[in-house]
Ligand binder design. Structure first.
Ligand code: DAH
Length: 370
């Protein structure tokens, strides 16, 4: 054990081997001098430290668990009872003084480091401080929010629906029966079990859920993710986004459908686009259409419209009476129109993206552009 006075190892009793009694060897005055000398010693060592590691070592030597102060405190019982208090107090004062000196030295060293950096080569006080990197909204989120705003301004409600659906909602209630050939066009992911749960292949099942929960007249849009079990290429992915629309009211006609679709296109492309309807087959609408819009990118044909000057954008139609029935409505009283906008395709058109797989690829270099 290093003696606080001599710095040599020893016990309190060998600190003064000439003395006869313990009380003589450990006088109060003696411990006073001891702590004073120790403090002077500690301060000198602390001041001599040029870096934080060295300072830590010195700190440990004096106020660490096995340090000088700890040893002094541990030896208190070797002092006569009337002196113990004074020794304890002086040990604690020593501890505080050492800690303060260490703290001051830390401060000085830190300031010196900054000063040295400032003098160093390459320091430029005019450079902006490093900033945290900010992310941005995914282009799909941006377009979804824009369209939600647009539809809400027209009195539509935004709905959500489950991504794992029952066979009933995804197919059956939408007039696509078990042996219906239209199931072939929906390459379905079946969940484990008896095949009654599927990853929804479109957002249309929420039409039925809306009919079941809301009272007509109603207007809803349903943005969301859908899944198809198909091999991927530049224009097909196993997961993509759609926005379903459903309006149910009395006396709904194709004119209402076309009007709503034109408003939608104006919202997306910021101008009026000529539209045309072609017949399209979807079991849950009758009549069903493919609604094309004039290519917003060219006058004379381009890569996007495949030189046809029309872009195919919106499958839609008047709600099939069987769908209304499945939703508990009387088709003689109520009618409606529905549409299924391909959000992924829309984002690709808007930003001239040539491969749908970029959208959910999770590559930050791609996403940083939006
Ligand atoms: N659900 C159809 C699909 O994913 C798209 C669709 C077509 C939705 C016509 C509709 C509609 O609401 O009326 O292939």
């Amino acid at each position: 054990m290093p003696d606080p006075v001599s710095g040599k190892a020893g016990t309190p009793s060998d600190a003064d081997s000439n003395s006869d009694t313990r009380s003589d060897t450990r006088s109060d005055t003696r411990s006073d001098t001891t702590t004073d000398t120790t403090l002077v010693d500690a301060q000198a060592k602390i001041l001599a430290c040029d870096d934080l590691d060295a300072l830590k070592t010195v700190e440990r030597e004096f106020v660490g668990k096995q340090g000088v102060v700890a040893q002094l405190l541990a030896s208190i019982s070797d002092y006569p009872p009337e002196q113990r208090r004074g020794v304890g107090q002086r040990a604690n004062a020593l501890k505080q003084a050492v800690q303060e000196a260490v703290h001051n030295r830390q401060q000085t060293l830190a300031e010196a480091r900054v000063a040295a950096e400032r003098q160093g080569e390459g320091f430029d006080a005019s450079l902006p401080p490093p900033r945290p990197r900010r992310g941005s909204l995914h282009p799909l989120t941006q377009v979804t929010r824009e369209l939600e705003d647009l539809f809400q301004s027209m009195g539509y409600t935004v709905l959500d629906g489950p991504e794992i659906e029952t066979d009933y909602y995804n197919f059956e209630a939408l007039n696509i029966h078990a042996d219906h050939p239209a199931r072939d066009s929906h390459d379905t992911f079946f969940c484990e079990g008896d095949g009654h749960l599927v990853m929804r292949t479109h957002t249309s099942p929420v039409q039925i859920r809306a009919l079941e929960t809301l009272k007509p007249p109603l207007r809803v849009v349903v943005p969301g993710k859908v899944f198809r079990h198909e091999s991927t290429d530049a224009s097909h992915d196993h997961t993509f986004h759609q926005m379903e629309g459903l309006v149910v009211d009395r006396n709904i006609s194709v004119a209402h459908l076309v009007g709503a679709m034109k408003t939608l296109l104006r919202g997306i492309f910021d101008r009026d686009l000529e539209v045309r309807l072609r017949p399209g087959y979807f079991p849950f609408v009758e009549p069903g259409f493919e609604l094309d819009a004039r290519c917003p990118f060219c006058q004379e044909g381009c890569r996007v419209c495949k030189r046809t000057r029309w872009i195919e954008l919106l499958p839609c139609g008047l709600v099939h009476p069987n769908v209304l029935r499945a939703g508990g409505l009387d088709p003689d009283e109520w009618g409606g129109f529905a549409f299924g906008l391909g959000l992924s395709r829309l984002v690709m058109l808007r930003h001239n993206i040539d491969d749908v797989r970029h959208l959910l690829g999770g590559d930050v270099r791609f996403l940083e552009q939006f």
